[in-house]
Design a protein around this ligand. Structure first.
Ligand SMILES: [Zn+2]
Length: 70
């Protein structure tokens, strides 16, 4: 089973969804997002790789935010 990584359209949280699923529920705010309309950060991810990938994406995002404020 492979997964895709999406951004929640409501709160911006990074969520994992089954590859090919039409919708996914945000793990942070619970919103049901349409996979088609959501920004996909990665595709074809194995489930065991998800936690480290999400951690990496969050870190990259934090670095970008930091740059904006400098
Ligand atoms: Zn959310």
């Amino acid at each position: 089973m492979e997964y895709s990584i999406f951004l929640c359209r409501k709160c911006g949280a990074i969520c994992a969804s089954r590859e090919g699923a039409a919708t996914f529920s945000c793990t942070s705010c619970g919103k049901r997002n349409s996979a088609e309309k959501s920004l996909s950060l990665a595709r074809g991810i194995e489930s065991k790789a998800i936690p480290s990938l999400i951690a990496k994406l969050k870190m990259d995002y934090a670095k970008k935010q930091l740059k904006k404020h400098q």
